[in-house]
Design a binder for this molecule. Structure first.
Ligand code: ADP
Ligand code: MG
Length: 724
């Protein structure tokens, strides 16, 4: 028989684990001693203080110690079996009661010395109700369940927390001393960490809350540290030399700069400088450009594209929706065609003749810049010499899609852009291997967008207000959550257009959060087709009204967008297809129907469609929020225009997974720490990890051996795809 003193001892060798329990444990991923040591308590109860019976407080969970003086079983009025025991200590008496556990009479017997922990409350009299109990043994042996800070484990229907605690107690006492120290001594010292043995003993059976705290900090540090090591190594390998070294000086760039009619903001200038530095170095650029809606990321991307064209490379820009791709195409064409740069649009649904001509033009290098949707990453698309790939609204794409783009060239420079400001916490975790530039300010002269949260009763007033704006020559958006009855079940923003089967364009926020849960069950949700009819025929008859949604043919969508841009359409009734990047400066009103059904970041994005010109702009959120949560979210939008603060609120309300809203976000699984609450630990772990990889890039040194093993065990083949 295997000895019980190895970390790989199967759990069935421990007391109380038979074949059945062993299976139950396996279902929790616990096969051997070490797995149990890593199965951490979810919380703790302080049963260390024994309270005198006379001093018990009503309504609180407390521990008492005493002697049983009598017991009885009886049936309550409601028919439940009740076992009760009278307990005494020097200070007084109290009854303890348990329901439907008559067998307790065989354990809790007269004269037994017990410790009880439970809530004191009044049933027919003051009692301690269904307490946890421990019968004290003569030998005074330590109990895992009482007279200490007691761990509460995530239980299942088969395995109670108490059972898991008994088992953990055995395993931890016998095996925690065998835990190997993975962290190099110099890091333990520098970070004032406790060692692994101390940490694992105290995370399960802490001697004090201070020890618990130190144990937690150590374990979370190690978890974050290994994650950051992976990111640091990823970053260092993806930056190996072999990049396409661009020279920054040239005629084309000078010409291009002359055409820019406005003065760049500080943030734009810095981002452009970052990009130029990256692209002129020997290493491929891998940069994320973050900037709130309207901060002017496109012009920054244009600089990068011009730079690559100037160096005789091709560039591409991939956008998540066709509408957005077309808009970029129009914008870039206007800017760059006059300079002799050829720009092409590549989206789905073009006829095969046009397609093969376009493919040939791209392959043979007749096209300098390709703007498009994920059609760009289709198999047939081959570049002649791809120097730079730009991904707009990158969080709308999956990790895989971004990876494919990279392989359309030979180590091209990559610029990813996002208008969902990513709180630093997440940025360090998810984008830890990227360099980040942030545009913090909006271009000068932008007027703040006045935001109003209003309810149904004010609808007529809202319409009146919009009419006034239209009279002034302005335009308006009206956004509805859904298309029409037929499409109720689908969340349109996740299906903005036809896509190849195996590649999904994913949406960051539309599919998550409580807003979609009741999508089909509430009848008063506005659908875009009905709203369009009503506004056209009744409310705003006489004005040009347009309709836009994801089910329309691309040609029709394009027409509508053009007409809106030109001002023929005054009110555009749309679903969230217009969420990202649409730019019509004359539009001053954004009315959002059923605003409580949208995610925070999504609302913020929608709001960013107005306030783009010289006119005062308004965002009106029509909603009758039914939950506190929804109301809280809407208030956050009403109160601030700062995208970072909104993103942080969104992150706090929905959590990291939901914040990205998809499985493809690259968010690594975190078992122990909390990337929001433990941000400080993450920062320290990151600093140490990058420092270490700087000195020992492949973790070859002997004192990094166990770390490397842990890293490989944790990420296996994933090290290469922590992030694309
Ligand atoms: P986003 O960051 O949301 O992609 P865009 O690149 O679409 O923003 O820019 C929004 C609008 O602001 C565009 O009309 C663009 O021409 C304009 N713009 C960009 N930078 C500036 C600037 N520095 N000064 C004035 N207008 C600017
Ligand atoms: Mg944009």
């Amino acid at each position: 028989m295997q000895e019980k003193n190895s970390l790989s001892t199967p759990v069935r060798y421990f007391k109380g684990v038979g074949p059945k329990r062993s299976d139950d444990l396996a279902r929790l991923g616990i096969m051997m001693a070490e797995d149990l040591i890593y199965y951490l308590p979810s919380r703790y109860e302080d049963r260390s203080k024994i309270v005198m019976i006379r001093e018990l407080k009503m309504g609180q969970a407390q521990a008492i110690e005493g002697e049983i003086i009598s017991t009885s079983v009886r049936r309550t009025k409601s028919g439940r079996l009740m076992f009760q025991a009278m307990v005494t200590d020097k200070s007084g008496f109290i009854h303890a009661v348990w329901f439907n556990q008559p067998y307790l009479k065989d354990y809790i017997i007269k004269s037994a010395k017990v410790v009880l922990y439970g809530k004191v409350d009044r049933l027919d009299r003051v009692q301690i109700i269904s307490p946890e109990y421990e019968i004290l043994k003569e030998d005074g042996a330590e109990s895992p369940h009482m007279r200490r800070i007691v761990p509460i484990y995530p239980a299942t229907s088969e395995l109670s927390s108490k059972y898991l605690r008994s088992l953990a107690f055995q395993v931890v006492s016998q095996c925690s001393r065998l835990m190997e120290e993975r962290l190099p001594v110099y890091i333990i010292a520098r970070e004032h960490l406790v060692d692994a043995k101390f940490a694992f003993r105290n995370i399960h059976f802490p001697v004090s809350f201070e020890n618990l705290e130190r144990a937690y900090r150590r374990i979370v540090f190690e978890e974050f540290f290994i994650l950051q090591l992976a990111l640091a190594m990823k970053k260092s390998t993806s930056r190996d030399a072999g990049g396409l070294k661009h020279s920054t000086e040239g005629e084309l760039m000078l010409e291009f700069r002359k055409t820019i009619a406005f003065e760049l903001t500080e943030g734009q200038r810095k981002a452009i400088a970052d990009i130029q530095r990256d692209m002129s170095s020997e290493r491929p650029m891998n940069r994320l450009l973050e900037g709130d809606v309207g901060s002017g990321k496109t012009i920054v991307a244009a600089h990068a594209l011009v730079l690559t064209v100037q160096n005789d490379f091709q560039g591409c820009l991939m956008a998540p929706t066709e509408v957005l791709a077309r808009q970029h195409f129009i914008g870039l064409s206007e800017m760059l065609m006059p300079l002799g740069v050829s720009v092409a649009l590549l989206v789905g649904g073009i006829n095969s003749e046009t397609k093969s001509r376009l493919y040939a033009d791209i392959k043979e290098g007749r096209v300098n810049i390709v703007v498009g949707t994920h059609a760009i990453i289709q198999e047939g698309v081959e570049f002649n010499k791809l120097g730079l790939a730009v991904v707009d609204e990158q969080h709308k794409f999956g990790v895989d899609q971004r990876a494919i783009l990279k392989y359309k060239g030979d180590k091209p420079h990559i610029l990813a852009m996002t208008a969902t400001p990513i709180p630093r916490t997440l940025a360090l975790t998810v984008y830890g291997d990227l360099d980040i530039s942030v545009i913090k300010e909006l271009p000068k002269g932008r007027k703040p967008i006045a935001t109003y949260l209003v309810d149904e009763a004010k609808r007529d007033k809202v319409y009146g207000f919009i009419r006034e704006e239209l009279e002034k020559g302005r335009q308006a958006y009206v956004i509805c959550p859904k298309i029409g009855e037929a499409s109720v079940a689908k969340c349109e923003s996740c299906h903005p257009e036809a896509k190849p089967k195996d590649l999904r364009v994913v949406d960051s926020s539309a599919h998550s959060g409580p807003q979609n849960d009741a999508m089909s069950s509430i009848s008063k949700v506005k659908n875009v087709t009905e709203t369009f009819e009503k506004l056209k025929n009744e409310v705003f008859s006489g004005y040009g009204i347009g309709l836009l949604h994801g089910k329309m043919a691309p040609k029709d969508k394009e027409m509508v967008m053009k007409d809106f841009k030109k001002g023929h359409i005054k009110v555009l009734v749309s679903t969230v297809v217009i969420e990202v990047g649409i730019d019509v400066p004359n539009a001053t009103v954004m009315l959002i129907e059923n605003a409580d059904r949208f995610g925070l970041s999504q609302l913020h994005q929608l709001r960013g469609r107005v306030g783009r010109g010289e006119h005062e702009s308004y965002c009106i959120l029509l909603a009758n929020p039914t939950t506190d949560d929804a109301a809280e979210r809407l208030k956050a939008i009403e109160e601030t225009l700062d995208g970072f603060r909104i993103a942080e609120a969104d992150l706090e309300i929905r959590g990291p997974g939901e914040f990205f809203g998809t499985h493809q976000h690259g968010l690594p699984e975190i078992r122990f720490g909390n990337i929001l609450k433990d941000f400080g630990i993450m920062e320290r772990a990151r600093r140490e990890a990058f420092d270490l990889v700087g000195r020992d890039p492949e973790l070859k040194e002997e004192h990094h051996r166990l770390l490397k093993a842990a890293l490989v065990a944790r990420f296996k083949d994933k090290i290469g795809v922590v992030h694309a």
